[in-house]
Design a protein around this ligand. Sequence first.
Ligand SMILES: Nc1ncnc2c1ncn2[C@@H]1O[C@H](COP(=O)(O)OP(=O)(O)OP(=O)(O)O)[C@@H](O)[C@H]1O
Ligand SMILES: [Mg+2]
Length: 677
Amino acid sequence: MIDEPSALPVAATHDAEIDQLFGVDSPLGHAVGAFRPRQSQTEMAKAIAHAISNQSTLIAEAGTGTGKTFAYLVPALLWGGKVIVSTGTKNLQDQLYLRDIPSVRKALNAPVSVALLKGRANYVCHFHLERTLQNGRLTSRDDVGHLREISRFMKTTSSGDKAELSKVPETASIWNLVTSTRDTCMGAECQYYQDCFVMKARKEAQQADVVVVNHHLFFADVALKDTGVAELLPSANTIIFDEAHQLPDTATLFFGDTISTSQVLELCRDVLAEGLSHARDGADWAATVTPVERAARDLRLTFPQDIVRLAVNQIAPSSTFFPALETLKDQLDNMIAVLQKQAERADTIEQCRVRALELAMRLDAWNKPQTEDVIIGQECVLWVEAYSTSLQLHRTPLSIAPIFNKQREGVPRSWIFTSATLAVKNDFNHYSAQMGLWDEPAQSWPSPFEYGEQGLLYVPTSLPQPNSPEYTDAVIDAALPVIEAAGGGAFLLCTTIRAVNRAAERLREEFERRKLPFPLMVQGEAGRTELLDRFRAAGNAVLIGSQSFWEGVDVRGDALSVVIIDKLPFSPPDDPVLAARIEALERKGLNGFMHHQLPAAIINLKQGAGRLIRDERDKGVLMICDPRLISKPYGKRIWQSLPPFKRTRELAVVQDFFSAIDAAAGMAEQSVHTDQA
Ligand SMILES: Nc1ncnc2c1ncn2[C@@H]1O[C@H](COP(=O)(O)OP(=O)(O)OP(=O)(O)O)[C@@H](O)[C@H]1O
Ligand SMILES: [Mg+2]
């Protein structure tokens, strides 16, 4: 095993080669139709090549649609050595692995091996599948059908990746029963260890030159050392984060800790099952687990409301929450004592004992100051989140900068952070400070597009306040004539799932009533990749989606010519971590809204807007429905941060914009016919 990155060739300048690779007659021309040299893309590729050769860090921003993917893949595949590319979502991973990397590899004729690594919950587990097939405690018809599909899939798949089985939806409940968790994996003891898909994916990742991961996996690993990234890191020469603006949030999620009462209940379920099958006479198992289960449920019930998020200091000291937490700890300890005595009877019981012990330790640690935190001066927010049937206890660091900075210490290697939205008006401070990248070079390249010519920003008049109950209906009323004028080809991006559902209902009715032929696609109906493929193929479809469609999605050409955004994407104000961060800023005399919430919303909005123009010939309308863009003093700051679209508040201007496109297309077609004649 290699523990140190192998030395890369002495820093050379690759500028000439890059000029050629991104110039006219680029070999990448075969990968995309109509490749054109883009200065920003070429310059960005050079800067990344320098950082890679010098094993240094670079923060690289270039507008949406610039072609950042090629700008980092080309130098990475040619000179990156062992490369880890981490991106925002599993879908973007698939896109890189199935589409972008193969095209670049082919164009460059680069002899690199590539592997895809996802979190363990993505791979079918032989052991758990077998167990589920045998004891078959399935509660729904869907489960039975899905299980049959999965068994069939196992005969042909070589990866075991659930993304390959589109017949079973990603969110189907059966997946929980046929995948492993860190807690329930038997590791090397497992009888299927040799065939294990998780192990196979990790082994392939070990051996590959380029490994594609996602941010969740990357940071979960840094925190838990369980996802296979930790063993890749030591030998990596180059680490590239695409969609790097997401890192502060993702890292925050993982550098903290979350304990859920449902974890406790799952443990109880397993203790009962394993106890009864391997040590029936050893203890009264039902009497062992019942008090723990009751304590976990009672803890949830200390918050009568349905869904709440509260910081610990918002919970009254007299609340029953605190004694209930103590009871849970005590009951868990009692169960551990029983497990201790029976652990020798079976590996699975021993495994339950370890799990129980770890849970008890984390529960204990949850509201005690941590020595580690004191050492690095780390401030944490403690908060609870109640769902309908479970309660989660979170411990979240206020800043991830010190922890992440520590991760980057040690062996020199290149770290590339790229995204369309890292700076606010060319100032990278907000990002660098959050990530602890204080003295690292940051650069921004202008967009290659003529937004004033190619795009129009339309803010309709007379929409109600965004919190009014009829808001989504008003958005649809305002959007319909725009969709009609465009002849379909629209994304409707919503800030909440509820709005997605309401919008879908309304649009379906209206399309039917007005006899509009636009295929309607709604997030959740099918996997994201499949929806996007259908969307591209249809050419005149309307797609309604929430957050996961705001970023990274690339649809070039006429298939997408309208992006409609329902509301300014501010984070929900009841988020205790957000509240604590704002409070920390205000203690420093800064305005939390201006310094945190507004820049975060602007970044989000720029990502959404960035789906529209992906090419020098793309044209389209960005419609932002939220009246606050005009009425609030901060609105100006927002639209000034968007690309320099032409702006209007009149529907007629939008309609003219599309008529002009149609007329131009008509002319072009005519000239083709004349040429051919
Ligand atoms: N030089 C080029 N000429 C023409 N098309 C290109 C060129 N470079 C990349 N493309 C294509 O442009 C589209 C946008 O590229 P890409 O998805 O890499 O953008 P991006 O900069 O990552 O944007 P985002 O920030 O929105 O993810 C893709 O379809 C890509 O294949
Ligand atoms: Mg991109």
